[in-house]
Write a protein of this length. Structure first.
Length: 666
């Protein structure tokens, strides 16, 4: 039973209590055991569950063994205020993000070390505040303050994300003195001190037999141990049982395999969660649907023949179409018709048109389970446009049937396949009436329309379908049914929301190189670069961010304009850095250039010179600061040769200090 309401609650203003659902949720007791414990006063219940109230158990009445399990899962309530205060002061660290992004770590390790850097940064600030308080008040207990701070840092490990993973999966010491030592090591050596020398090495050993049983059984426990907990238990047993060494990344990847996940999911999360994840689903009641509550998108090859010069009989059938229906009214709200194969930009175009028509977020979206719908870009889009508490999934993924496929089929049969240029190939029924009369089509092929004419015609037939009578609402067109009153108010959106919703964020990060930024979108490579306000290459940006990886955000219809570059921090946050524009090319033939072209070429060719001047100046300053120069190298090696490696101490010190020229002296 998932706890309803808060885990910890103060009753009558002074009695700390625990939500009684916790005992069942983390497997401390069954419902029958729990009731007996309450009856026997083993647990003190101060409020009975019912009528919207949560049942409360007095915190002090809970045996220490059970309290330890509760605190491990939900945190220590007495530390909550301190933890909240700590989290409110936690700051992002851009430099740490860049450092760990370039360190070649796994995503898990990159996240872990970034979190550790965040924590230690704040820890150092708080240590300084503790010292200042001690200086102002001699009776201030500095040891106790450091102990409390250490408990807060350790308590962060209990905070979970919605997917049950640790939000702060750090491996900082829990002992106050060890934590302080770790901080000073970090302060001295910066970000690199947090990285272990062997990190990133993947153990490829197969997990099987008793090892597999041991790992699976522990991870399936209802107290939901982390992978690190399981690895720790494994390490404790490994030597005695002569098992091979494994790392936590190997264990995690093995546990996440579908065949293993299905097993531990039941024990770890309970029957209700397992049924929701893996169980057979029943059909939903459709009687309460209304306009815009359920949108569905589907597409296929368009079974229309067009004029195609050079093809057999000068005939082709190359068009594709993608359609978004309002399932309640069967009205087509958005569509795509063109030559692109089924991919996410085709779906994107159709769905953007549909949302522009409805200006409301639907409660349900379904789509066919192929093509671009499964791509990260479309999944992110569906996540953004769905209403709060709404769902999106492939047709029939939850065994609800697919009304859109029936609507789509009727649209083809009743409208698209009625025209004389249709070849009717998508219709599954193979009767003579469903087959095209190709003799007729060939005989009149000189009247076949061009691709552009068919695209324009498709728009008309969408309007025709929408104006036709709805089969379940006699006397009303689909347009009229679409105007029916809603059962409840869906979240409305405006034009600004449309801009925010329909920008796509890249799935993977891409490195900004010395040649610029070259993402591949729809199998086509684009070339962008960051320019300053005057339209020149931004040298400051190149100095700081060349070699860094960026996620990019773009509108598929605006790729000839600009994209936005975001630095994705390891903790999931993003930081907008700059806009990148299509690279400004220089004409290669002087005779074809005008004054503007020549000026641009002059600026572009001097970018490298400007960068070189910057680096030369920095190198010269470095040599001046350290006295390590080309001349000092020559002097050092000549001196070594002169004295056959036995350079007198005074001469060596003089040469290293750069005091005069030893060449003139010796």
């Amino acid at each position: 039973m998932i706890p309803s309401g808060p885990i910890y609650e103060t009753y009558n203003g002074n009695t700390l209590c625990v939500n009684q659902d916790v005992f069942l949720f983390i497997g401390i007791a069954t419902l029958d055991q729990f009731q007996k414990w309450v009856q026997r006063k083993k647990l003190v219940r101060v409020r009975t569950k019912g009528n919207g109230r949560t049942g409360l158990i007095k915190y002090d009445s809970i045996p220490p063994t059970y309290l330890q399990k509760i605190k491990k899962h939900f945190g220590d309530p007495y530390q909550k205020e301190n933890v909240d205060s700590f989290l409110n002061r936690l700051q992002n660290d851009d430099e740490a993000a860049i450092f760990y992004a370039k360190a070649g770590l796994s995503p898990e390790k990159e996240y872990q070390h970034y979190i550790e850097a965040q924590i230690l940064n704040l820890y150092g600030v708080l240590l300084q505040e503790i010292d200042e308080k001690k200086a102002r008040n001699s009776s201030f207990k500095i040891t106790e303050a450091k102990r409390t701070l250490s408990k807060v840092v350790n308590e962060l490990k209990t905070i979970k994300l919605p997917n049950d993973k640790q939000k702060f999966p750090h491996k900082l010491p829990s002992n106050p003195r060890s934590l302080e030592r770790r901080y000073y090591e970090y302060k001295e050596g910066s970000y690199a001190t947090l990285i272990h020398g062997n990190e990133g090495n993947v153990n490829g050993l197969k997990i099987k037999g008793k090892i597999a049983d041991f790992i699976l059984a522990h991870y399936a426990l209802p107290n939901k141990p982390t992978v690190l907990d399981v690895w720790t238990r494994y390490e404790a047993e490994r030597a005695a049982k002569k098992w091979p060494k494994l790392d936590d990344d190997t264990i995690y990847k093995w546990l996440m395999k579908p065949v293993n996940r299905k097993k531990w999911f039941l024990g770890r999360h309970g029957k209700a969660a397992w049924i929701n994840e893996y169980g057979h689903k029943i059909s939903r009641d459709k009687s309460d649907w209304f306009p815009n509550c359920y949108l569905a998108i589907d597409g296929s090859k368009l079974d229309w023949i067009h004029y195609k010069k050079g093809a057999n009989y000068n005939m082709g059938a190359d068009l594709k179409h993608d359609i978004v229906f309002d399932v309640y009214s069967e009205k087509i709200l958005g569509f795509y018709c063109g030559l692109d194969h089924e991919n996410y930009t085709q779906h994107f175009h159709a769905f953007k048109m549909a949302m522009g028509e409805s200006l409301q977020k639907p409660a349900l979206i379904t789509y066919d389970n192929q093509g671009g719908h499964k791509m990260e870009e479309m999944q992110d889009l569906y996540d953004r446009v769905i209403a709060t508490n709404g769902e999106h999934y492939p047709h029939r993924a939850l065994e609800h049937g697919s009304p859109v496929e029936q609507i789509f089929k009727r649209f083809q049969q009743q409208v698209l396949n009625k025209v004389y240029w249709s070849d009717k190939q998508a219709v599954t029924v193979r009767t003579e009436d469903s087959r095209p009369n190709m003799e007729f089509v060939k005989r009149h092929r000189d009247k076949l329309k061009t691709i552009d004419e068919l695209i324009a015609a498709f728009s008309y037939y969408v309007e025709k379908w929408n104006a036709m009578e709805h089969p379940k609402f006699p006397g009303q067109s689909r347009n009229e049914v679409y105007q029916h009153e809603s059962q409840f108010e869906l979240e409305r959106i405006n034009e600004l929301d449309m801009m925010r919703l329909f920008w796509i964020t890249s799935k993977d990060a891409l490195t900004y190189t010395s040649t610029g930024f070259t993402p591949t979108i729809r199998k086509e490579t684009y070339h962008f670069e960051v320019y300053d306000l005057d339209g020149n290459v931004d040298l400051d940006f190149r100095d700081k961010y060349t070699g860094c990886k960026f996620h990019y955000q773009y509108d598929p219809n605006q790729l000839d304009n600009y994209i936005r570059l975001y630095l994705r921090l390891p903790n999931g946050d993003t930081k907008y850095v700059a806009d990148a524009e299509p690279i400004k090319k220089v004409k290669g033939i002087p005779a074809l250039m005008d004054d503007h072209d020549r000026n641009r070429k002059h600026k572009m060719l001097h970018v490298r010179d400007e960068e070189l001047k910057r680096i030369e100046a920095e190198l010269e300053a470095l040599r001046h600061r350290t006295n390590i120069t080309e001349e000092s190298l020559i002097k050092e090696q000549d001196l070594e040769l002169k004295f056959r490696g036995n350079i007198p101490k005074q001469i060596r010190e003089t040469a290293e200090a750069g005091e005069g020229s030893w060449v003139n002296k010796y």
